[in-house]
Ligand binder design. Structure first.
Ligand code: ASP
Length: 439
């Protein structure tokens, strides 16, 4: 049995956290490949090491004195090393980093040092071999990620290694230039390692016991999700639910490797299991509720639009030409509505409106802003009658006007558009009907 274990920044923020991680790894022999993040926040007003590195490098780039900033980063690691009682020093590494910062080695190089150094500390602590991710995670010349070469390099390198620590978040181009994934990218690294070693499971250790059914900032003490499919997760993360980096799903999904989100501070909790498919019946009809604010709707109206061949294409072309991505598109007989992110639309608004007039001569265009979309997601909806009915009666009881409804053809989700003011109440009403009353 092989497990790849990735630990997030808050799981590695201090020596005390490192000890919890050590205990988790030692408790299960299958936990053989470890992917650490950089040390995160120790308390809520603390700064993540990655952010300290970005700030320090910004000073270096402006040719300001960055010694003190770098020393403070060094202290963060030294505190961990001392707390773990290790006879191990990063002095030499910090000298190299100092030199490379002075020579302006790049922002990505700077940020990547958080994981690199933490990987070294972790390897010393566990007595596992260390592999520099720059050698095994490959980016193309243009900075895009090269999945194929990475998989070859990683599989070959790990083939006869029983144990290893591979820092997350970064890799390098063929010439050695370090490139990072986007923020939170150690999740992706963990997934790549899991694919390369053919892991039985990819454990992603963080500071929550898995996904929650709804956002805890909106719903008080929401229950957690035990099992979720990749598809459901995709729907929820599209709507803003975040625990895992979005790109982390793809490598393991291809190989059918489940991801288990676990809590370093509560290792007894089972967390959330993310799987390709499952026969396990969800506890509730729905798996989760997520939503995002900040949408605008553009409704284009024209009599007999339904019989005008190419109408939709022409309207959509205007959005494409202006580089504005379309999020949803409910339509009527003589109307079509296009949901877009308000920020992106506002910049191009007049151009798009003029473009639509020119292309299709509509009778009327109506704009509505400050809308929110809420997705009610669940594989259980397919086999349950009355889900839509319950959604709308819950919203009606909460005096919420529904502006848009969109049921995905997979019957996996129902998306509802509401006004910004109703957003939170709508989520609470939905949680109550599906989870608290659980009829
Ligand atoms: N340390 C990086 C960040 O703060 C990457 C990660 O933690 O996954 O975004």
């Amino acid at each position: 049995m092989k497990k790849v274990v990735k630990f997030g920044g808050s799981s590695l923020a201090s020596a005390e956290q490192f000890k919890k991680v050590g205990a988790i790894i030692r408790e299960d022999e299958a936990r053989r490949y470890v992917v650490p993040s950089a040390p995160g926040k120790r308390f809520s007003s603390d700064t993540k090491v990655t952010d300290m590195l970005y700030a320090c490098y910004a000073s270096a780039e402006q040719e300001e004195d960055f010694s003190e900033q770098l020393d403070r980063i060094h202290e963060r690691y030294q505190e961990i090393i001392n707390g773990l009682g290790l006879k191990f020093s990063l002095d030499q590494d910090f000298e190299i980093i100092r030199k490379n910062f002075t020579e302006k080695a790049g922002k990505d190089y700077a940020a990547s040092r958080g994981e690199y150094l933490n990987g070294k500390v972790m390897a010393a602590y566990l007595e596992f071999p260390f592999i520099d991710a720059a050698e095994v995670v490959r980016f193309n010349e243009d900075g895009t990620f090269n999945e194929e070469v990475t998989n070859e390099l990683l599989s070959a390198r790990l083939a006869d290694m029983e144990y290893a620590v591979i820092p997350g978040f970064y890799g390098a181009k063929e010439d050695g230039t370090v490139v990072t994934f986007s923020r939170g990218g150690s999740d992706v690294s963990g997934s790549l390692v899991a694919l390369a070693v053919g892991a039985d499971i990819y454990e992603n250790w963080t500071d929550v016991s898995g996904f929650l059914i709804a956002d805890p900032r909106i719903v008080k003490n929401p229950k957690s999700i035990e099992t979720i499919t990749y598809k459901e997760l995709r729907e929820l993360s599209y709507m803003g639910a975040s625990v895992l980096h979005e790109d982390a799903i793809f490598p393991v999904r291809k190989a059918g490797i489940p991801i288990n989100i676990r809590n370093t501070n509560a290792p007894q909790d089972k967390g959330t299991l993310i799987v390709e498919g499952t026969c396990r019946k969800p506890k509730y009809t729905i798996t989760g509720i997520a939503g995002t604010d900040g949408f605008a709707a553009i409704t284009v109206e024209k009599a007999m639009m339904n019989s005008e061949v190419g109408f939709c294409r022409k309207v959509l072309q205007v959005f494409e030409d202006n580089g504005v991505s379309i999020e949803h598109m409910p339509s009527g007989i003589d109307t079509m509505t296009i949901f877009v992110h308000q920020n992106a639309f506002e910049e191009k608004e007049q151009k798009i409106l003029a473009g639509i007039h020119k292309e299709v001569s509509p009778d009327h265009i109506e704009l509505e802003t400050d809308l929110a979309l809420i997705a009610v997601v669940g594989r259980g909806m397919k086999s349950t009658r009355g889900t839509a009915g319950r959604i709308f009666s819950a919203l009606a009881h909460a005096h919420i006007n529904v502006k848009m409804i969109d049921q995905g053809s997979s019957e996996l989700n129902i998306i509802i558009g509401v006004r910004h003011e109703d957003f939170k109440n709508a989520i609470r009403a939905l949680y109550e009907i599906f989870v608290l009353t659980q009829i």
